[in-house]
Design a protein around this ligand. Structure first.
Ligand code: ADP
Ligand code: MG
Length: 509
């Protein structure tokens, strides 16, 4: 073992009932390392970190911390060994202040019997703590007044106040804006420089390549690869995750867009959309890049008739249309795939085939008594063409992974045979194997002359997937790029308002 190793796990086995989840997993973390733990949904990442953080007991194997054999029998034992986990769902008390949250349950460390007697002590200790870790937040502010990004920083401070040497982050940026992600990365870099080891679970390849030094990849409970992040291309990471050659992560495109199918003119809505004009042509994927809250969600909803706008016009094949409801949008040949799979896309208790049938009941009515047979045929065909992993067509979609749920939604809309497909954050929270499959599917649809619009705050996704890219800033399209002229820096500059945005056009067709 190297002297810089802080955590070493050897031959870890774990089963739940009859199911073997981890098979002889080896994992080691160095001092000051940001270590990406990757794998498709169900690979065993969370199970492994729950063993490290004392939530699950291991069946076999050994764990060493700083070279000494340890047994991590409970979350408290883990804390005492300097291990903290920051879960995706934050566990702060919204009505309490930053300082109170950090020292909640640790009143005795402040020399007081109750937190409320130690308020000022908590504030001064929190200030010291923040100074030590280069973080500036107001310790007297209530959690509910902080952004999600800052709340995450408070979670980290909470862990640091326990003198943690090992920090586990499970999808820390899933709900953060780009700006908040940058702040989080600055904190992570500082922790790294102090020698804290960080285990970083994420599905975002661009972020992993930016912030991580080392990677361990799992598939079906086994480690399939590990090494310096510099030695791993996106393609290689995915291959190790899915266990087969996948070709390119992003699809290639040599498409030429054809005539305009949908056109928006000067769409306005409150202070969210301030005059959006754009076109979607046949046979292209148009990207709308914007930071969270730039208006892309409202824009796609207005286009689909799910929300009304104050003014503006929409043209389909050159004729003005009034899209005043989703039913109307559907009739006109539009589909909307939303980011919010649970609330807007799926009926969780129903099976995949029934969910996919939902948007096409009119069409299915034609089948009369043969309807069930047609639903099954349709379900089977999309399960195959979209590579959806499930036990049966009637298994409730609640049981499927996020990536497979998103594919069911795609199947549902494809069955309506739309001409224009709108997608809002289509791959958020989806593992990178399934992401790549969705990108390739969208590309094939564009090759077949569908018009596709993808709204996303993931620059990597927009750059890799789209033929034409519009940047939305405060409800306005401020710039347009072709596939070849956009870079991540340019997108960020425009999306954050850093560039002068007076109707700049950098179109290179
Ligand atoms: P990941 O975090 O990589 O998505 P998990 O570690 O959550 O994967 O899950 C790995 C496998 O273990 C999955 O098949 C999951 O269903 C199973 N599993 C996880 N936790 C439990 C549990 N408490 N009981 C039974 N099975 C579980
Ligand atoms: Mg997990």
């Amino acid at each position: 073992m190297r002297s810089t190793t802080i955590l070493e796990m050897k031959d870890i086995d774990k089963s739940f009932g009859p199911n073997r989840i981890l098979h002889s997993v080896n994992f080691s973390l160095d001092v000051g390392q940001v270590h990406a733990l990757l794998g498709a949904n169900g690979a065993g990442k969370s199970t492994l970190v729950k063993i490290i953080s004392g939530v699950y007991a291991l069946d076999a194997g050994r764990v060493f911390i700083g070279g000494e054999a340890v047994s991590i029998t409970s979350p408290i034992a883990a804390k005492n060994l300097g291990i903290s986990i920051i879960h995706q769902e934050l566990s702060l008390v919204p009505e309490m202040t930053v300082a109170e949250n950090i020292y909640l349950g640790k009143e005795r460390s402040l020399g007081a019997s109750g937190l409320f007697f130690a308020r000022s002590k908590a504030i001064s200790e929190a200030k010291k703590l923040m100074q030590q870790y280069g973080i500036s937040l107001d310790p007297g502010k209530k959690i509910r007044d902080l952004s999600i990004g800052h709340q995450q920083v408070v979670e980290i401070l909470k862990a640091l106040s326990d003198q943690s040497r090992i920090l586990i982050m499970d999808e820390p940026t899933a709900t953060l804006t780009a700006g908040e992600t940058h702040q989080l990365f600055a904190v992570i870099r500082h922790l790294k420089s102090l020698g804290i080891g960080i285990i970083y679970i994420s599905h975002r390849l661009d972020e992993i390549q930016e912030i991580c030094d080392y990677v361990t990849i799992m598939k079906d409970g086994r480690v399939t690869a590990k090494g310096d992040i510099a030695d791993f291309s996106s393609e290689r990471i995915i291959e190790c995750m899915v266990g087969r050659q996948v070709g390119h992560y992003f699809p290639e495109s040599d498409r030429r867009a054809k005539e305009t199918v949908l056109e928006l003119k000067d769409i306005r809505k409150g202070d969210v959309l301030s005059g959006v004009s754009l076109e979607i042509r046949k046979g292209e994927i148009v990207g709308i890049f914007g930071l969270l809250g730039a208006g892309q969600t409202e824009l796609t909803k207005v286009m689909f008739g799910a929300e009304s706008c104050d003014s503006g016009e929409i043209f389909l094949h050159g004729s003005k249309v009034d899209i005043n409801s989703p039913a109307k949008a559907k009739k006109l040949g539009l589909a909307l795939v939303t980011e919010n799979r649970k609330d807007e896309g799926l009926v969780l208790e129903l099976g995949s085939a029934s969910n996919m049938a939902l948007a096409s009941m009119g069409k299915l009515a034609r089948y009369g008594i043969k309807r069930d047979g047609e639903i099954k045929r349709m379900g089977d065909s999309y399960v195959q063409s979209l590579n959806i992993k499930l036990n049966s067509l009637s298994e409730p979609v609640r049981n499927l992974s996020g990536g497979n749920q998103q594919k069911v939604i795609l199947g549902k809309w494809l069955y309506t045979d739309p001409e224009v497909i709108l997608l809002n954050e289509p791959t958020r929270g989806i593992d990178i194997g399934a992401r790549s499959e969705i990108y390739h599917l969208l590309s094939r649809l564009a090759d077949k002359d569908k018009g596709i619009l993808v709204a996303s705050s993931d620059a990597d996704e927009i750059l890799g997937l789209c033929d034409r890219i519009l940047v939305l800033f405060r409800g306005r399209v401020v710039v347009e790029f072709s596939r070849n002229t956009a870079t991540e820096e340019l997108l960020m500059e425009y999306a954050s308002g850093a560039k002068d945005n007076k109707a700049v056009k950098e179109v290179a067709r």
